[in-house]
Design a protein around this ligand. Structure first.
Ligand code: NAD
Ligand code: UDP
Length: 323
């Protein structure tokens, strides 16, 4: 049995990682300050002896008693709406938070995996994006806070690897979806699901020609799991190469939900990437991994989850106090 610290554990990906490591028989130490996460995502684990929860902001000094074998650093706002509302916290968790966790990994001689993102490629000029593409990021745009925090995160992680010999892994995660996404977090899938279920029109930003490639959460977790147990230190893309325009995607959601909603167009947010598709050759070769859940199946399971939410939750608008 290994002891694993998971930061961002009450969030979407963090909570699925907790489940996976518990299932594999490990001891999980979950940490979160709940700024965008929700304890509901992990409350089913609270009665287990294998599970502990620390309510802590990782931008402050991180202390965990006892040994640690692995650290998975997933704490960070991840939706454009969140990181636009809390830009400083986003920069701090990517920079100071990562520094604290690298320091902890060094002290405990633990392996650390950090959650990077396809956003390091910015609005990419190369398509699809492979790991050797350096990216096209506008440092000073509102979105830049997330992209640059994650780019810094990768740099400091590689510096700890090269300078201190720390055992590090970097997952470049592409748009991932599934149960436990926060209904009102502003990302396109919960946004469309909430709109369909409330009988509202679907809001497509811009002309909807921009593309994304959506990966189902179980596939993503499997990729991250394999990367942690690989011996590869450079970044690895983990995502599903099935690319679709946002307009076509809205049409798919309308078909799936069987509703008669219309599509309405809203302004495109600044620096919204025009296209995004992972080149996953490296993950295939090094991790022997590829996604197994196609969009139709993944979206059906995701829709079932959102349908199971209470009317009250569906109607609830974002009311988080980010102060
Ligand atoms: P999420 O918002 O659901 O989860 C993030 C969690 O981190 C939340 O529970 C939040 O409360 C916690 N957190 C934020 N700042 C913190 C701090 N300072 N201290 C402690 N906890 C803090 O987002 P998610 O989709 O689960 O994303 C998790 C990670 O994966 C993030 O690092 C994100 O950048 C990365 N990622 C996600 C995606 C995706 O499609 N979901 C894509 C690329 C990268
Ligand atoms: N988007 C949209 N309508 C919405 C929410 C998002 O058209 O209600 C678009 C958004 O502009 C982007 C794409 O969907 O082009 C994916 O957005 P998301 O926030 O999910 O992820 P990211 O932009 O970070 O990839």
């Amino acid at each position: 049995m290994k002891r694993i610290l998971i930061t961002g554990a009450a969030g979407f990906l963090g909570s699925h990682l907790c489940d996976r490591f518990i299932e594999e028989g490990h001891q999980v130490i979950a940490m979160d300050n709940l700024i965008t996460g929700d304890l509901k995502n992990i409350e089913h684990l609270f009665q287990l002896e294998q599970f502990e929860f620390y309510h802590h902001d990782v931008t402050k000094f991180v202390h965990v008693p006892g040994p640690l074998d692995y650290i998975l650093h997933f704490a960070s706002p991840a939706s454009p709406i969140d990181y636009l509302k809390i830009p400083i916290q986003t920069l701090k968790v990517g920079a100071l938070g990562t520094h604290n966790l690298l320091g902890l990994a060094k002290e405990k001689q633990a392996r650390i995996l950090i959650a990077s993102t396809s956003e390091v490629y910015g609005d990419p000029l190369v398509h699809p994006q492979s790991e050797d593409y350096y990216g096209n990021v506008n440092t000073i745009s509102p979105r830049g806070v997330y992209d640059e925090a994650k780019r810094f995160q990768e740099s400091i992680t590689m510096a700890y690897h090269r300078f201190h010999g720390l055992d590090t892994r970097i997952a470049r995660i592409f748009n991932t979806y599934g149960p436990r996404m926060r209904l009102n977090d502003g990302r396109v899938i919960p946004a469309f699901m909430g709109q369909a279920l409330r009988g509202e029109n679907l809001t497509v930003f811009g002309d909807g020609k921009q593309t994304r490639s959506f990966c189902y959460v179980d596939d993503q977790i499997e990729g991250i799991y394999r990367l942690l147990f690989s011996d590869y230190n450079l970044p690895v893309n983990i995502g599903n190469p099935g690319e679709i325009s946002i307009l076509e995607f809205a049409e798919e959601v309308i078909k799936l939900t069987g509703t008669d909603q219309k599509i309405v167009f809203k302004p495109l947010p600044q620096d919204d990437p025009l296209q995004r598709r992972p080149d996953i050759s490296k993950a295939r070769e090094i991790l022997d991994w590829k996604p197994t859940v196609d969009r139709e199946e993944g979206m059906k399971m995701t829709y079932e989850y959102f349908k199971s939410l209470s009317r009250e939750e569906l109607e609830k608008r974002e009311h988080r106090d980010f102060s």
